[in-house]
Design a protein. Structure first.
Length: 80
């Protein structure tokens, strides 16, 4: 089964080898037919502590590394 890959902005890098990434998605509401924005924060593993707040990163699903970390940073994201 392929691993999920998502792109988002780092909102916190205070933990050791951990970054918190905010993923924002948009979808059309089934009843109201309006575009709705929803966001969710994921804890991701950053082995080298190289990403800071505001960086755009790509995260990928992985085996559990701790209580909250089920994602790992695989690279930098691109705008657009």
């Amino acid at each position: 089964m392929p691993k999920r890959v998502m792109q988002g902005a780092v909102v916190s890098s205070k933990g050791d080898k951990t970054v918190v990434v905010n993923i924002e998605r948009t979808f059309k509401h089934p009843l109201l037919k309006k575009i709705v924005r929803r966001s969710k924060r994921y804890h991701a593993h950053d082995e080298s502590n190289q990403y800071k707040e505001g960086d755009l990163v790509v995260i990928q699903e992985c085996a559990p590394k701790s209580k909250l970390k089920r994602w790992e940073v695989v690279g930098e994201g691109s705008k657009g």
